[in-house]
Design a protein around this ligand. Structure first.
Ligand code: LMR
Length: 400
């Protein structure tokens, strides 16, 4: 009965890892997926996560029970506090609904399903470019996806004028996807002033902001700095949605831990919204897994562990920043044609190099360096000893 099923292509990001795993070359380097690696090129389990897991071992009984549909309640409170800030008016006035979801993707999907059912506007505007999974998540949930200009390839920076024009032309009430910080794939974020302009425009047209916060603490090294865009929108009292992920900032990729928070105008509305979130989640996956959320909760609620986490997070962010400098220096030393200062200007996990898909294929076939075909490099996958090899590959790709 399935003989007419067509072969689907590999995922543009996760498929890079599939190809990387098949390559027998000792030179191979995976800069595709955004996953942190140490200077030794190894995945990192944070010490604070190991400590939390040790504590959880003594609590095995509770660990295997079903969670409520919206997950661990302490996890939800602490996650909202982390992204919105402890003094957030939405928290103090108790007008938010949070559900523990399956990392960033699951949180976005639950949010999108909720909007399809309970929001009058079915159109969502996403930036160009954006994370490759975004359009698929929203389309699958039944939203109609439109785009707004974001990245300017000539400056390797923000197309602020284009962004404002496109959002001004959006129909009243449309949903707008915003990357809270460390825009994926470009590493280009609006300045504080630009965020303020965007906020005013969004509020004046009653657009509905939907934040994707996948890198809190990873961009600048500070949890508060990386949450400023979201907090600015919540401070004005308007509605918004926030999808949070702990994949990168706690290194909990495979644990699938995240949260969806819907900020409403009143407590009464928030409670009703929460009740409907449950109706979205229950037939989808019933309730979320317990282990990863227990790790996060253990860390967030203990002062010392929270402090230890911040130090480890800062160390990861700093290593990425130092990779930027080293790659920039290496490319400059080779006199590679073109401007490369965007390598140090862009922030977060990724550098959007400007290399085209032909150049990317060349780097993969000749140098065994794996990256997404849009020229995005995961700086978190790079280490000092691999920088010369990468710079050689970029130089050869650009000059050949
Ligand atoms: C990425 O953009 O590489 C990450 O967010 C991983 C993923 O799921 O695509």
């Amino acid at each position: 009965v399935f003989q007419n099923v067509a072969q689907a292509p590999e995922d543009p990001i996760l498929g890079v890892t599939v190809a990387f795993n098949k390559d027998p070359s000792p030179l191979k380097l995976n800069l595709g997926v955004g996953a942190y690696r140490t200077e030794e090129g190894k995945p990192l389990v944070l010490n604070v996560v190991r400590r939390a897991e040790q504590l959880l071992v003594n609590d095995l009984y509770r660990k295997k029970e079903y969670l409520p549909i919206t997950g661990l309640s302490d996890f939800n409170k602490l996650s909202a506090k982390l992204i919105l800030g402890s003094e957030s008016p939405a928290i103090l006035e108790n007008r938010l609904a949070t559900a523990q979801c399956l990392s960033g993707t699951g949180s976005l999907r639950v949010g999108a399903e909720f909007l399809t059912k309970h929001y009058h506007q079915r159109t969502i505007y996403i930036p160009v470019p954006t994370w490759g999974n975004h359009p698929k998540i929203f389309m699958m949930a039944g939203l109609s996806v439109k785009t707004y200009r974001y990245y300017d390839p000539t400056t390797h920076g923000l197309n602020f004028k284009g962004l404002l024009e496109d959002l001004s032309a959006a129909p009243n009430g449309a949903i707008v996807l915003l990357h809270a910080c460390a825009h994926n794939p470009t590493g280009v974020d609006p300045t504080q002033d630009q965020w303020e302009h965007i906020r005013q425009l969004i509020r004046s047209k009653n657009l509905l902001p939907f934040f994707d916060s996948a890198y809190q603490g990873f961009a600048s090294g500070s949890l508060d700095t990386d949450a400023q865009s979201v907090r600015m929108f919540v401070a004005d009292g308007g509605d918004c949605l926030v999808a949070q992920s702990y994949a990168k900032n706690m290194g909990l990729y495979g644990e699938r831990v995240g949260a969806l928070t819907i900020v409403c105008k009143t407590t009464d509305v928030a409670r009703k919204v929460e009740s409907q979130m449950k109706l979205v989640i229950r037939p989808m996956y019933s309730n979320p897994p317990i282990h990863g959320a227990s790790i996060v909760t253990t860390i967030l609620k203990d002062r010392n562990m929270f402090y230890e986490w911040k130090l480890e997070l800062k160390a990861m962010a700093d290593r990425i920043i130092s990779m930027r400098r080293q790659l920039y220096d290496a490319v400059s030393a080779r006199g590679t044609p073109g401007t490369w200062n965007h390598i140090i200007k862009q922030i977060g996990m990724f550098t959007f190099t400007g290399l085209n898909s032909k150049q990317v294929s060349f780097m993969t076939s000749e140098y065994h360096i794996y990256l997404t075909s849009d020229g995005r490099i995961s700086m978190a996958g790079l280490s000092s000893d691999k920088v010369p090899h990468l710079a050689d590959a970029i130089h050869a790709a650009v000059t050949s």
